[in-house]
Design a protein around this ligand. Structure first.
Ligand SMILES: NC(=O)c1ccc[n+]([C@@H]2O[C@H](COP(=O)([O-])OP(=O)(O)OC[C@H]3O[C@@H](n4cnc5c(N)ncnc54)[C@H](O)[C@@H]3O)[C@@H](O)[C@H]2O)c1
Length: 382
């Protein structure tokens, strides 16, 4: 028996957009998902033109997400879309995700999940009431060697974790790029569209999720120093945080978009009382393992000595580099397995609860910075 492909729609991701095209490629990579419908821009004419560029059938190429929701809801179950990928600026995620989830469609939504914890709670409630699958594309979660690092922590190879340093270093907002009309910079520096966090929301959210995924540590309190170095910018472009984790571990989190010369330098270092680990997304096929009293070891993607989940997240033999698209595709594979209720597949992807924890983290960071960098309790309860 052949397994029917899942039917995907996209909201956002039209002409000149950034991440939508990555989602489409990632979703297509494993041949399990067909992109069949879209409302690809906030501008109806541009939405339709973008859909034509991508070969969407005219009757599934919608001028707006509301038109898509209305029309798809009326189709029989075996024809309508299975899920929507939401790749619009942050301010729109909540309304779109809530509407589609309430109508019974599965959701893939980019980060940060939404603007406020109240919205995040509502999305979690809708998911528990409707049973829809809700994935949040924290794509760094999908890297095989991130899964390997998580496995090694779970196996106790690091012992008790004492310290984590996570950095997301970028330099692309080191000038007032938003004043030139560059659209990705424009909305990311606007609190109404980006949310309460600038760099801390845009990339600090990835850093928080990476720590949580690999270590399982829970944030207890935050002391945050947020700065905007560009005069007149309304959101932080540089974030420096001290973190206390439940159980006594300590953390440092840096998220900056003014570090000239850095591109997408997400890196994490973790030390326990038995060993250390180090991973960088700009060199994602390598994981450094530093056991106490032994030589440092370099683990490489695709090798037989890796954990089962790291091997399952790999498509090529070692030495053929895999990177961003493949990791992104792994989030789609996990979500697709859950949508199919596939008992054989490993269902492993960031969910609406990870997204909600991320929103809480951004809020508490902004709260700490606004209170003159006071230690702020930041425990999150699902
Ligand atoms: N996971 C990642 O690594 C990653 C990377 C980049 C961006 N993102 C996230 O993805 C989202 C989009 O970011 P981007 O950089 O691609 O933005 P972008 O500005 O390049 O694209 C946004 C798209 O959404 C469309 N849009 C806006 N409102 C809409 C509406 N109401 N209906 C339909 N379309 C609408 C715009 O027309 C545009 O096509 C953001 O939430 C961002 O944080 C995630």
């Amino acid at each position: 028996m052949t397994t029917p492909k899942l039917r995907m729609a996209m909201i956002g991701g039209g002409r000149d957009a950034f991440i939508g095209a990555v989602h489409r490629k990632a979703a297509a990579l494993d041949g399990q998902i067909d992109f069949i419908a879209g409302a690809l821009s906030s501008n109806p004419d541009k939405a339709l033109a973008s859909g034509r560029d991508l070969g969407l059938p005219a009757d599934r190429n919608y001028p707006s997400w509301r038109a898509m929701l209305d029309a798809e809801s009326k189709l029989p179950r075996d024809k309508r879309i299975d899920f929507v990928s939401i790749v619009t600026p942050n301010d729109t995620h909540f309304e779109i995700a809530a509407a589609f989830a309430r109508a019974g469609f599965h959701i893939v939504c980019d980060k940060p999940l939404c603007h406020t914890s109240a919205q995040a709670r509502e999305l979690c409630d809708i998911v528990s009431q409707t049973g829809v699958v809700f994935a949040v594309t924290y794509n760094y979660f999908g890297y095989p060697l991130v899964k390997q690092a998580r496995h090694m922590v779970r196996q106790g190879l690091l012992g008790n974790i004492r310290k984590v340093i996570v950095e997301y270093n970028q330099g692309w907002l080191a000038t007032a790029l938003e004043k030139s009309g560059q659209k990705q910079a424009d909305w990311r520096t606007d609190p109404a569209r980006s949310g309460a966090g600038g760099a801390i929301g845009d990339i600090g959210s990835h850093a928080e999720q990476l720590v949580s995924t690999i270590t399982g540590l829970e944030v207890e309190a935050i002391c945050a120093d947020l700065t905007h170095f560009i005069p007149g910018r309304r959101l932080d472009d540089d974030a420096n945080l001290l973190i206390r984790f439940k159980g006594g571990a300590k953390g440092v989190l840096i998220a900056s978009q003014v570090e000239i010369g850095h591109e997408n330098d997400l890196r994490i270092r973790i030390w326990g009382d038995k060993a250390g680990l180090e991973w960088r997304q700009e060199n994602p096929n390598e994981l450094w393992y530093k056991p106490d009293g032994q030589p440092v070891q370099l683990l490489r993607r695709g090798n037989a000595y890796l954990s089962d989940d790291a091997k399952a997240a790999t498509r090529l033999p070692p030495g053929h580099p895999e990177a961003f698209f493949e990791a992104f595709a792994n989030v789609y594979l996990g979500a697709a397995a859950a949508m199919r209720k596939d008992p054989k597949a490993s269902i492993d992807f960031p969910t609406v609860y990870d997204g909600a924890r991320g929103v809480h983290f951004i809020e508490k960071t902004v709260e700490s910075a606004a209170s003159d960098r006071k230690w702020t309790s930041a425990q999150w309860k699902p």
